[in-house]
Design a protein around this ligand. Structure first.
Ligand code: 3PG
Length: 400
């Protein structure tokens, strides 16, 4: 694969696929983490005198123009971060886009409107991809968050441009995540949380082949405990996955992978309740209550399991952490992971929010910008974006 640092971009029109899928509130960007993550690539392109054309999706507008999903507020925020004007184009292809690109001077930045206003984006439609490619001399992918999507701005466009490469963010993501996957220092500990086992089945199975310990929290732990025969009151349990959960537990035993489950919880009638009812050992969750956070004994157990770790990969909170009544277990875990003397990699939107809340971001080795793409990469899957960049490079070699 080619990387941005090795590509001559001077005076060239460079189309950069970024992941500016950020939360908006009343027309203002609420969390600019993903915008900041692209700054290194944009700064480099400015310094090198490229004409910078940024494109992204935002939300799921279902192939129709819907200004609720406009990227205009992102142009405003990016301008503030760059301390310079960011031009905004109200379309991502067609005449307006072409004429705005034509007027771009070296070092200037233009953000195109939401790619998903066109159905061709998600359909990986080649005609739509060609329209995008028409705008540029070079295509750079810096959007790890959509690396698992075979969409036109990720895959199709690479077939239609002359030159492609990976931006600094994508490069860093690949380097860090590969470090954990390919030659992890041991003990290698996977920490998985979140609501559903069903969304983490792939990663659980993949990790069983790779790690020494798996720590599980969040509502997905309930399904495992229920599979072991424990009663969990009104807690969320995926009944249709009990057999799968049993198979995973058996496989962990066979493979000598230590599988950690909660030994106590903070319970309550529901995740929105203001106050947790207090600590419930899991044998004693009242019938009308739910496990909403891991309890203090579990925090101690998990801290102990993390103490000798040399590689940690973490995705998903330990409970309903958005509610302060049920956040302590997740915050404790964030602290414990941040103290690990080794490679610590964190991925996923909720986990990102959590580490910010815990104030430990700077103490972690790497925070991925990917959610679904992070899981897919960690499962060991080939991601469409990376394959497309490699194929583009191969084709260029053949043309020479
Ligand atoms: C994300 O938020 O995980 C990425 O931007 C991908 O978004 P999507 O799930 O809508 O494709």
């Amino acid at each position: 694969m080619r990387y941005l640092a090795d590509i001559d971009v001077k005076n060239k029109k460079v189309l950069v696929r970024v992941d500016f899928n950020v939360p908006l509130e009343d027309g203002v960007v609420r969390d600019d983490t993903r915008i900041r993550a692209s700054l290194k690539t944009i700064d480099h392109l400015q310094e090198q005198g490229a004409k910078i054309i940024l494109c992204s999706h935002l939300g799921k507008p279902k192939g129709e123009k819907n200004l609720k999903f406009s990227l205009k507020p992102v142009a405003q925020r990016l301008g503030e971060l760059l301390h310079k004007e960011v031009k905004f184009c109200p379309d991502c292809i067609g005449e307006i886009a072409q004429s705005m690109v034509k007027e771009l001077k070296s070092g200037e930045v233009l953000l195109l409107e939401n790619l998903r206003f066109y159905p061709g984006e998600q359909q990986n439609d080649l005609d739509f991809a060609k329209e995008l490619a028409k705008l540029a001399d070079i295509y750079i992918n810096d959007a790890f968050g959509v690396a698992h999507r075979a969409h036109a701005s990720v895959v199709g466009v690479t077939k239609a441009v002359k030159e492609c490469g990976a931006g600094f963010l994508l490069q860093k993501e690949i380097e860090y995540l590969s470090k954990a996957l390919k030659q992890p220092k041991r003990p290698f500990v996977a920490v998985l949380g979140g609501a559903k086992v069903s969304t983490k089945l792939g990663i659980l199975k993949a990790f069983l082949e790779k790690v020494d310990k798996i720590i599980v929290g969040g509502a997905m732990a309930n399904t495992f405990l229920s599979a072991k025969g424990y009663k969990l009151g009104a807690s969320l349990v995926e009944v249709d996955l009990l057999e799968t959960a049993r198979e995973i537990l058996n496989k962990a035993k066979k493979k000598n992978v230590a599988f950690y489950l909660p030994v106590d919880f903070i319970c309550g009638p529901g995740p929105e309740e203001k106050v947790g009812k207090g600590v419930c050992p899991f044998l004693e969750i009242p019938e009308n209550e739910m496990a909403l956070d891991i309890g203090p004994a579990t925090s101690i157990l998990y801290a102990e399991a993390l103490k000798d770790a040399k590689t940690v990969v973490w995705n998903g909170p330990m409970g309903a952490f958005e509610n302060p009544a049920f956040s302590q277990g997740s915050l404790n875990l964030a602290e414990d992971i941040s103290r690990v003397d080794g490679l610590t990699i964190v991925g996923g939107g909720d986990t990102d929010a959590l580490i910010h809340k815990a104030g430990v971001v700077e103490k972690l080795s790497f925070v991925s910008t990917g959610g679904g793409s992070f899981l897919k990469f960690m499962e060991g899957n080939e991601l469409p974006a990376l394959l497309a960049l490699e194929e583009c490079e191969q084709k260029k070699g053949e043309r020479k």
